[in-house]
Design a protein around this ligand. Structure first.
Ligand code: NDP
Length: 483
């Protein structure tokens, strides 16, 4: 009999109205756990208590808040091995990536712990004599955090940590595909010196409890990472209550490989960017835009490297790429393989369901050649271990292909020319640009976000997060006559 993992509502662990099972995508015989699904009443209770708790938290001294965030961060880092294993077990990414993710999540908390002590305002003289102006940031109030399954701990942490740092209460609706990581993080937060109900975990399906959460007038701000259609629905629900909203959605990132590129470096960068996290990253390199002068040499090594990748159980040593997250995702990926072929692209390798010793959602990483940027496989986010090579004749053509997308999260260039790297950095229409590095892999102390359909609202992470999690107050003070 497996223990039911409960929701954390208004300071209590509550069983909910239903339960779901969570299975390991590397081995479907492995039951990760049973997880409660919150009711609408649970949600209301959490929202009501959050409002009161937020006032108490706002009144905490800054060192007390800093200690809470520091404790959470330190515990995540100290337990990265254990919690990273759990994460990999339920999500399917290789164990090194799972551990790395939990450690990084800890760093978000320690970074924002320090930010608790660095909240400086501005002041100015008024245009009126004898009047001073004080500009400061105040919490927005109750923040709804809606996070995806692909980075279940890191994405949630880069939202929860700044929300708490800047004085807000949090209601977290994690992805139903990765509830174990959510319960583990919540268990750490629940043991801290925080007001009852400051933080609630509300597990359940996005369409049901998630939708109720984003429609609630008791929510002051919504931060979301996930797909474009769900994001658009959330934005239209938010606007009904004029709720502040920030969204991080899909992408179609391109890596440009120039004629002067170090080919071995380009192949390493492309393989890491395309197949890390089984390609299930919003920053994945899913378009490889390659100069014709190096095309054949690059493709030969890319295909060889792709075929050599070891696909296997996320927790087994030597695994370089784990399974995809679910049967539905696997079917969608295989449908994109068929689509790419029917559009005229050549599948050089991979793109097949794999039968492994354990039953799971395995597929081989795939590379399309002879693809054009107008094909659907190069326009839609596949969220799969699939990448497409697009051959171009010049740097100018490469830049124009990179920018020819509805998305705009990350882009990269591999070149030895400072002039081209500089031009690319200034002219790529994405929120993140990389030079001689994969399009995936970002730091926590600087802004993260994109353009076009990739993002909506202000940037996440670093000091930029203050824009979303606070509201600005401008005070005018007349000192009066000192005599
Ligand atoms: P979704 O957009 O469906 O889900 C993201 C989060 O939103 C989950 O917590 C989900 O809950 C929740 N949600 C779903 N519907 C609603 C709703 N109506 N109101 C409020 N919350 C809701 O993404 P998926 O995880 O299903 O993946 C689908 C696609 O999204 C992927 O194939 C990929 O293209 C993209 N994606 C992009 C990510 C990125 O980092 N940019 C991350 C993950 C996905 P629940 O899980 O319970 O449905």
């Amino acid at each position: 009999m497996t223990d039911l993992k409960k929701n954390y509502i208004a300071g209590e662990w509550i069983p909910g109205i239903a339960e779901i099972e969570n299975r390991n995508p590397s081995d479907l015989s492995d039951l990760v756990g049973m997880f409660a699904q919150a009711s609408a009443d649970d949600l209301e209770a959490a929202l009501d208590q959050a409002k009161q708790a937020q006032k108490a938290w706002e009144a905490y001294g800054m060192e007390r808040k800093q200690a809470v965030l520091m404790n959470i961060g330190n515990e995540l880092m100290a337990r990265a091995e254990e919690l990273g294993t759990l994460l990999s077990r339920e999500e399917g990414k290789p164990i090194a990536e799972g551990k790395g993710e939990v450690f990084r999540a800890g760093q978000f908390f320690t970074y924002y712990a320090a930010e608790c002590l660095r909240q400086l305002g501005e002041n100015a003289d008024s245009v009126r004599a004898g009047v001073e102006i004080d500009v400061r940031r105040e919490p927005v109030g109750v923040v709804a955090v809606i996070s995806p399954w692909n980075f279940p701990t890191a994405t949630a942490s880069w939202k929860i940590a700044p929300a708490l740092c800047y004085g807000n209460a949090v209601l977290w609706k994690p992805a139903n595909a990765t509830p174990a990581s959510a319960v583990a993080l919540t268990e750490i937060i629940s043991r801290q010196d925080i007001p009852k109900g400051l933080f609630s975990l509300v597990m359940g399906s996005g369409r049901k409890i998630g939708q109720k959460l984003v429609e609630s007038p008791k929510v002051n701000a919504i931060t979301f990472t996930g797909s474009v259609p769900v994001g658009k629905g959330i934005a239209s629900a938010a606007i009904q209550n004029l709720t502040k909203v920030q969204m991080e959605m899909g992408s179609k990132n391109a890596l440009a490989v120039m004629d002067d590129a170090d080919i071995d470096l380009a192949v390493t960068v492309a393989l890491g960017g395309a197949f890390g996290g089984t390609g299930q990253k919003c920053t994945a390199s899913s378009r490889l835009v390659v100069h014709e002068a190096v095309h054949d040499a690059f493709v030969e090594k890319l295909v060889a490297g792709t075929k050599a990748m070891q696909v296997g159980h996320a927790l087994e040593a030597g695994t370089q790429m784990g399974p995809v997250v679910s049967e539905q995702q696997l079917r969608e990926n295989l449908a994109y393989v068929d689509l790419g072929r029917s559009e005229g692209a050549e599948l050089a390798c991979g793109g097949e369901r794999l039968n492994m010793p354990h039953e799971g959602f395995y597929m081989s990483p795939g590379v399309f050649l002879n693809s054009s940027n107008s094909m659907r496989i190069n326009r839609e986010e596949m969220f799969a271990p699939l990448t497409s090579v697009i051959k171009v004749g010049s740097y100018d053509e490469a830049l124009s292909v990179v920018n020819d997308t509805n998305f705009g999260l990350t882009s990269g260039i591999v070149t030895q020319s400072l002039a081209r790297a500089t031009h690319f950095r200034r002219n790529a229409r994405t929120g993140v640009v990389t030079v001689n590095l994969p399009t995936a892999g970002t730091d926590y102390h600087v802004p993260f976000g994109g353009r076009g359909d990739s993002s909506y609202g202000s940037r996440e992470q670093g000091k930029a997060a203050a824009e979303f999690y606070t509201t600005v107050k401008t005070a005018y003070i007349s000192a009066g006559d000192p005599t």
